[in-house]
Write a protein of this length. Sequence first.
Length: 406
Amino acid sequence: MLPVRPKGRPGARIEGGTPAELGRLGKSDRIVAQCLLRRGPVAQAVLVAATGLSRPTVTAALARLTGCGLAEMMPGQDDAAPATGRRAHRYRLTARAGHAVGVDIGRRHINIVIMDAGHRQIIRLDSKVSADADQDPWPVLKQAADQVQVALEQAADVSSVLGIAFGLPVPLTRDGLVASGTLLPAWMQVNPRRELAALLPGFAVHVGNEAALGALGEYTFGWGEGKRDLTYVKLGTGIGGGMVLGGRLHRSSGGPTMEIGHITVDYQGRRCPCGNRGCLERYVGGRELLASARKDDLEIEDIPSLVWRARSGDAACRRIIHEAASLIGVAIGTLANLSGPELIVLGGSLSAAGDLLSQPLRAAVDQTAFAAVTSSMSIEIARLSQWASACGATALVFDHFTESQS
């Protein structure tokens, strides 16, 4: 069972962790450890293929890592040849190798996951945002930093923190600055990484877009096993997404990618805060869906309530989700024609509608995209549900730490 967040304010503040032992390894040991850090539990054959090191070199590195307590062996079925009955062993790093803190700051929520270097969740917390994240980001960043302190206090055995990464509900440049002045003007006055680093002294702090980190989370801890590519679409108050290509989170030269909520579905349509007309989010974003519910005289406060009523059989709520799914499917079909994704994962609060969302969405995709594209493309509901972005933020910490040690 994961701990439940305690009531009240955090106590004594925890400051930066001790230097990670991973940073003091020899070259071959470090390469193997970095692969384990990024991939999680894997068999020795995978390490050989992924690192380019010889089998004897990997064997020796694993022996040294396990001998000093930084890695451990896990018995498990050999997935490569199940008919033989042979047992393979997977290896993973231990908690002694360090921990990552991942934070998902949404427009209505703050979710936090602490993950150890072996990809085991140590703790997860969730809370509601206490201020308007769109109009006043400073108290929301402060609340998130305070919640990180609460999480670290609960995870008493966390001695070495490799970093803390935050998923933010805004498009970001490659250097972590807010990329759009018209979409959320208040955020343009904030340097999020600098503000968060000041609130959490001594820690390595990283930032990314929350939807893009949802893609990284699902790839690393959810649907990504055995896949090279994954496209994630987050459907909630806003609509966003991310792509993992060849095992790495895709970033454009400017920063923002997969802003699917701002695909134009009607070039003469409604004005969007981004400055364009007819953006997808202006028709099927969370606020628009709740406005549709109010037109039907339904008192619904949030997307989870809309989904719950739809799943309970409310005809009006089902119609709202069906119509939204059809329009989202047209946008995803356009995306599919451009990029030919292998797998599309639907996340965010609306994805809890399950088949009520995915079936009409899939039908619209099939009508929009080429059959040659959709025939080899699967669409799935996120395995990590509300935790995809926070888990993706821990994966971002592992990536940054690995790059810093290379």
